[in-house]
Design a protein around this ligand. Structure first.
Ligand code: PPS
Length: 692
C-alpha cells in the first residue's frame, strides 16, 4: 500500500478504524448520522473525512437533492477497504492481548497462554468466525462502480479459485496475492516474510503486456471470465519470478512431467503481481450451490450442530467402499464427526469431472450413520505438490473449522516424473505434516491402507491383518478400475457401491462408445490429409458415431481465415482445432484433425484438453522433409526455397518431431490404404472401436 503524503494528518488508528468501519457499514448515510454513530462532532468528522479523502482511503461524491446537509456521500475506496482489514486484525490482536491480561488478573495464571505474536491465530478455535476480505454489501455496490474505471485483469480459472479462497478466508492469514518478499519466503522455506507457515505460492501471474500497464501503488480490478468484478487489488509488488527455482523448491524438481511445473512454464504468465485484495463478491457457482460453504459457513454449521471435533477427508476421486470404511474408521478413532471435503476447483488433468464425483459422493453419504457425517465442496485449485500440498490442505481445513485431517499414502501425488519414478516418497506428506502439526493447530489422522478380506467379507487395515497367509486379500487398483470401466467389465460390489458404479458408467461408457480424437501431425505434403480422408471413410463405413474431419486447409479456410504462419498464429490455429475436437469428443463423436501442428507444447495442450473427455491418438505422419519437397504437390516448397513463402515449416520454420506419438506412419514405403488401416488397428488396440 502506498503511504499517504507526509503533510496529511490522519486520525489515530482507533478513530481511523471506527470511521472506516462505519463507512463500510453505511456508505450512504448522511454526515450527521455518521458523526452520531461514531459519537464525534460534525466538525471533527468533517476534518477527518477531508484527510481520508486526500489519502485515497475515502471517496467523496456529490449528490443532487434539496437537502444541503446530505449533499455529499462518502464511501471506502478499495484502498480504504484494505486498510480497514489491516486495522481489523490489529484491533483483534489488541483485544486478545487485553483478554490475556484479564485472564492473568482473574485466574492468576498465564501458563496456558501462548506468546502474543501468535495470539490472533491460536485464539481462533474451530468455532469462532475467521476474517474475510469482503467489504459490506453496500460498500461492494459502491466499489463495483468505482472499480469499473480501473485497469482490469481477467482472472484465469486457477486464479479465480485462489481468489475465492483468499476472499472467504480459506487462505487465512493471507490478505492478498503474495508480495515478492512473502513469495521468496514461501518458496525458500515455506514461510511468509513475517515467519507465518504457508507452503504454497499464491501468486497473480500476468502477461508482460499487462504488467507494463500497471504501476506500483495502482489499484486494479480482478474480473472473472465473463467480466464480472470479483475484487480489487492494490499492486504493491511486480517482479519476474525465477520459475525454475520455484519448481525445484515447491514441487521438488523442475520437471515438466509434474502438472504444476508444466503449468508454471507453459500456462502461468511471466510476471507476478502482489498486493492486498479487497473482496467485492464471490465467484458465482450455478452447480451444487447448497453443497458449497465458505469457511465461516462451515464453522457456523459446526457451531449449530455442536460438532467440536471434526475430521476432514480431502479427495479428488470418487469414493469407493475402501474410502468409506477408512473415513468411517478415522472418525471413530478420533471420536470426531466426519467432513467429506472434496475438491471441485481444479484437480489433476484426466480426473473424473466433479459433477460425476459429487453425484457419487451423494450416493455414499447415505452409507454413514445418520447425523455423523456431512459433505461440503471446496473450490480449490490443487497443485499436486505432495508434502507441501498436504500442509497447505491442512491449513485450509483448519480455516474451515476442522480439527483433524486425514493424510494418506502419497497425498496429492502427481504421478511419475520424466524418469518414470515417483516425485515423492509415499509417506513424505505425512512426515512433513507431522513436523508442522503443532504449529498448524490441526491434528493428522494417518491413512490406513484398507484391503478387502474375502473370507471375512470386510475391509481391514492391511497392517492389522495377522493371518495374511491363510486369507484371501482382494484389491482393485485405480488403473484396473479405469480398465474395467473402459472395457465395460464387471465391477464387484465388495469394491464399490452399485450407485457409484452406475454414475461412473453414465459418464464413462466403455471406450468403444466414447468420443475420441485422431490427431495427425507432419510436414506439409506428408500425406496427412489423404490418410485422414481414407480413415474418415473407413470409420463412416463402420458407423455408430459421427465423424468430423478438421483438415489443415479446410480449417484455415473456415475457422482461421485471418491467421498467418507466425508461431503465435499457428498456436492459435491449433488451439482452435483442439477446442472444436474436444467438443466433438465430449459429445461422443470422432474428430480427425490434420494440421501441421509443429509445436510439441501446443500439441500437448490440445491433448490435455481432449483427454478430459475421451481418448487422444496422436499420429505422426513421418514423411521426411526431403520426400515432401521431392513430391511438392502444391509447388509450395519451390516457392519457400525461393524465399517467396516465409516461415515455411521444415525449410525456414521449426518442426518439433513427436517424441511419443501413439503411432508413427512411414508413407514412403506404404500406401495410403495401408496407412489408414494401421490407424484403425491402433484405434482397435486402444479399445476405441470394436464390437458394441
Ligand atoms: S499449422 O502450422 O498447423 O497452423 O499449419 P496448417 O494450418 O496445417 O497449414 C495448412 C497449409 O498451409 C500451407 N502453408 C504453409 N505451411 C507451412 N508453412 C507455411 N509458411 C505455409 N504457408 C502456407 C500448407 O499447404 C499447409 O498445408 P498441408 O495440408 O499441411 O499440406
Amino acid at each position: 500500500m502506498t503511504a499517504p503524503p507526509a503533510a496529511l494528518v490522519l486520525p489515530d488508528e482507533d478513530t481511523l478504524f471506527r470511521i472506516l468501519r462505519q463507512l463500510d457499514l453505511a456508505p450512504d448515510a448522511s454526515q450527521r448520522a455518521t458523526a452520531e454513530a461514531l459519537g464525534i462532532s460534525l466538525g471533527r468528522l468533517n476534518s477527518h473525512l477531508k484527510s481520508l479523502g486526500e489519502a485515497g482511503l475515502v471517496r467523496v461524491s456529490d449528490r443532487s437533492g434539496p437537502d444541503r446537509r446530505k449533499r455529499f456521500a462518502y464511501a471506502l475506496t478499495s484502498r480504504g477497504a484494505a486498510e480497514k482489514n489491516r486495522l481489523t486484525d490489529s484491533f483483534l490482536a489488541r483485544k486478545f492481548a487485553e483478554y490475556d491480561a484479564l485472564h492473568a488478573e482473574l485466574t492468576g495464571t498465564t501458563s496456558s497462554l501462548v506468546p502474543l505474536k501468535h495470539r490472533t491465530e491460536l485464539m481462533q478455535n474451530n468455532l469462532a468466525p475467521i476474517p474475510e476480505l469482503y467489504v459490506s454489501y453496500d460498500s461492494a455496490q459502491k466499489l463495483k462502480v468505482e472499480a469499473a474505471q480501473l485497469t482490469s485483469w481477467d482472472l484465469t480459472p486457477r486464479q479465480i479459485c485462489d481468489l475465492e479462497l483468499l476472499m472467504n478466508g480459506g487462505f487465512n492469514p493471507l490478505k492478498g496475492f503474495l508480495s515478492e518478499a512473502d513469495y521468496n519466503g514461501v518458496v525458500e522455506n515455506m514461510r511468509t516474510a513475517d515467519g507465518t507457515l504457508w507452503p504454497m505460492p499464491i501468486t497473480l501471474d500476468v502477461s508482460q503486456d499487462f504488467a507494463d500497464k500497471v504501476e506500483l501503488g495502482q489499484d486494479i480490478a480482478l474480473r472473472d471470465q465473463e467480466g464480472v468484478i470479483l475484487g480489487t487489488m492494490t499492486v504493491t509488488d511486480k517482479w519476474v519470478p525465477n520459475k525454475a527455482r520455484e519448481a525445484e523448491m515447491v514441487f521438488g524438481a523442475d520437471d515438466e512431467a509434474h502438472p504444476a511445473v508444466y503449468y508454471l512454464h507453459h500456462r502461468a504468465g511471466p510476471v507476478y503481481l502482489g498486493g492486498p485484495v479487497t473482496g467485492i463478491q464471490q465467484p458465482v457457482h450455478y452447480d451444487f450451490r447448497a453443497r458449497r460453504d465458505t469457511p465461516n459457513e462451515l464453522r457456523a454449521y459446526f457451531r449449530k450442530v455442536g460438532w467440536r471435533k471434526v475430521v476432514a477427508f480431502q479427495t479428488r476421486n470418487p469414493l469407493h467402499r475402501a474410502h468409506q470404511e477408512l473415513t468411517f474408521r478415522a472418525a471413530k478413532e478420533s471420536q470426531a464427526n466426519l467432513l467429506i471435503h472434496p475438491v471441485v476447483g481444479m484437480t489433476k488433468p484426466g480426473d473424473v469431472d466433479h459433477f460425476t464425483r459429487v453425484r457419487c459422493y451423494e450416493a455414499v453419504l447415505d452409507k454413514y450413520p445418520a447425523a455423523t457425517t456431512t459433505m461440503s465442496l471446496l473450490p480449490l485449485a490443487m497443485r499436486m505438490a505432495g508434502p507441501r500440498e498436504a500442509v497447505w490442505h491442512g491449513l485450509i481445513r483448519k480455516n474451515h473449522g476442522v480439527t483433524h485431517f486425514i493424510v494418506g499414502r502419497d497425498h496429492a501425488g502427481p504421478g511419475k516424473n520424466s524418469q518414470g519414478e515417483d516425485f515423492y516418497g509415499p509417506y513424505d506428506a505425512q512426515d512433513l505434516f507431522k513436523e508442522h502439526e503443532a504449529e498448524m493447530g490441526i491434528e493428522m489422522v494417518p491413512f490406513k491402507h484398507m484391503v478387502y478380506v474375502q473370507e471375512r467379507a470386510q475391509y481391514e487395515p492391511n497392517d492389522e491383518i495377522m493371518d495374511k497367509d491363510t486369507v484371501t486379500i482382494l484389491n482393485i487398483s485405480g488403473t484396473e478400475l479405469r480398465r474395467r470401466l473402459a472395457e465395460g467389465l464387471e465391477i464387484p460390489e465388495w469394491f464399490s457401491f452399485p450407485e457409484v458404479v452406475a454414475e461412473l458408467r453414465k459418464t464413462k461408457p466403455p471406450r468403444s462408445q466414447q468420443g475420441f480424437t485422431v490427431f495427425f501431425t507432419g510436414f506439409s505434403g506428408s500425406g496427412k490429409s489423404t490418410i485422414a480422408n481414407a480413415l474418415m471413410v473407413k470409420l463412416m463405413e463402420m458407423g455408430g458415431r459421427p465423424v468430423t474431419l478438421l483438415d489443415g486447409d479446410i480449417v484455415r479456410k473456415n475457422l482461421s481465415s485471418e491467421l498467418g504462419f507466425s508461431k503465435e498464429h499457428r498456436d492459435l490455429n491449433i488451439r482452435r482445432i483442439g477446442y472444436v475436437a474436444s467438443e466433438i469428443t465430449k459429445n461422443g463423436g470422432i474428430a480427425i484433425c490434420a494440421p501441421i501442428a509443429p509445436y510439441a507444447a501446443t500439441r500437448r495442450a490440445v491433448r490435455e484438453e481432449i483427454e478430459q473427455y475421451g481418448a487422444f491418438c496422436e499420429v505422426h505422419v513421418a514423411t521426411s522433409i526431403e520426400e515432401c519437397e521431392r513430391r511438392d504437390r502444391k509447388g509450395l516448397y519451390k516457392l519457400a526455397r525461393e524465399g517467396k513463402i516465409k516461415e515455411f515449416t521444415g525449410i525456414s520454420d521449426p518442426y518439433d518431431v513427436p517424441t511419443n506419438p501413439e503411432l508413427s506412419l512411414d508413407t514412403e514405403n506404404v500406401d495410403v490404404d495401408n496407412c489408414a488401416h494401421q490407424v484403425l488397428l491402433k484405434l482397435e488396440s486402444m479399445g476405441l472401436i470394436g464390437a458394441s
